[in-house]
Write a protein that binds this ligand. Structure first.
Ligand code: SAM
Ligand code: SF4
Length: 343
């Protein structure tokens, strides 16, 4: 079966936030003081977030509607215990062709073997600086060596290609754009430059730090030749091959123009929050809650109906650049924060 929305887009991908909790506080994502809603006294408050069984059930039903790709995200997915059990449960579902995970890499090194053995296909690792001191500042305490160890472990476990997410910000890390391209060429990692997106926690940073795709490309072209690649399959990243003539080496980079260049017409995804809200668009407050249905063991048909409802509500496009929805609270009343929605 193929799932198609009202604008002719084929929907085959769901990003699942397994927790809104995180062990870092990246400047653009979470306020320093933020406490998560999922945990109480260090234990998961199962009253408010989906259990692994419920997530697997959800994916099982979504797969019957044509969902083929799943990404686990958060918050930081690796702070939730025994995530490999969830990976295994999802990977065993007929119809799920690709399962990936986005992580800050702090806990990755010790977990790659278990994740790969459970069926994880790939990882994206967030890394906003190649300088340990700067990395710690941006993430408010992140350990650079741990991410590096995570990258090496992911390569060793063949969670390939390892993709590195970098959010360039003026005056914070934008002087490292070329260095990241070189790092990608040297290590074989695919660097993905993500435009900084405005949220309720980063208004000031966004106003002074935003750097758009054209400028990112201009910086890269000071040192490299870049050629567009046709790898884009209903995804937000546009890929380029990069060539460093001096060393005759090649790499691939992606640029995600979340703000300047709408990729809404290509959008193939839904998002499930840790507390069971299905969101058809990152930047819209539309959501359909599946929490009660999953908790009370609703029938397959009821769950299919709720998923189809979310697809039916998927808006044609986001309004980031219109300035109308960037700080819109979610329908549940929670403010829009990337770690809560699942970036
Ligand atoms: N904690 C994991 C991590 O950092 O990779 C997964 C969740 S995080 C919300 C997913 C991705 O969203 C990260 O690559 C992060 O850099 C990106 N992100 C978060 N807030 C963002 C923002 N305001 N603008 C652009 N990217 C953002
Ligand atoms: Fe945590 Fe990821 Fe947000 Fe950084 S970007 S605060 S690591 S959820």
């Amino acid at each position: 079966m193929q799932l198609t929305d009202n604008f002719g887009r084929s929907i085959d991908y769901i990003r699942i936030s397994v927790t809104d909790r995180c062990n870092l506080r990246c400047v653009y994502c979470m306020p320093d003081t933020m406490k998560s809603g999922c945990y109480q006294d260090g234990k998961i408050n199962t009253d408010s977030i989906l259990t692994y069984e419920e997530i697997v059930r959800f994916v099982d039903v979504a797969a019957t509607l044509g969902i083929k790709k799943i990404r686990l995200t958060g918050g930081e997915p690796l702070v939730r215990n025994s995530i490999d059990e969830l990976v295994k449960g999802i990977k065993e579902i007929p119809g799920i062709e690709e399962l990936s995970l986005t992580t800050n890499g702090q806990r990755l090194a010790g977990m790659t073997s278990a994740l790969a053995q459970s069926g994880l296909d790939r990882v994206n690792i967030s890394l906003d600086s190649l300088r340990a001191d700067r990395y710690a500042e941006i993430t408010k305490g992140g350990d650079f060596d741990k991410v590096m160890a995570g990258i090496r472990a992911a390569e060793a476990a063949e969670l390939l290609p390892v993709k590195l997410n970098m959010v360039p910000m003026v005056g914070i890390n934008d002087d490292e754009i070329e260095a990241f391209v070189r790092f990608g060429i040297q290590t074989g990692c695919q660097i993905r430059f993500i435009e900084l997106m405005p949220t309720v926690v980063n208004e000031h940073l966004f106003n002074k730090g935003f750097i758009g795709t054209d400028e990112i490309k201009r910086r890269i072209e000071r040192e490299f030749h870049i050629t567009p690649l046709k790898l884009r399959k209903h995804g937000p990243a546009r890929y380029f091959s990069v060539t460093d003539h001096a060393e005759h080496t090649n790499g691939i980079i992606g640029i995600i123009s979340a703000v300047t260049c709408r990729f809404c017409s290509q959008c193939n995804r839904l998002r499930l929050t840790a507390d069971g809200r299905l969101r058809p668009c990152l930047y819209s407050n539309i959501e359909v809650s599946l929490f009660d249905a999953l908790r009370h063991n609703a029938s397959k048909e009821e769950l299919q109906g709720l998923i189809l409802q979310a697809v039916d509500l998927k808006p044609e496009r986001h309004h980031i650049t219109d300035g109308t929805e960037t700080d819109t609270p979610t329908a549940s009343g929670a403010p829009f924060i990337m770690s809560g929605v699942g970036g």
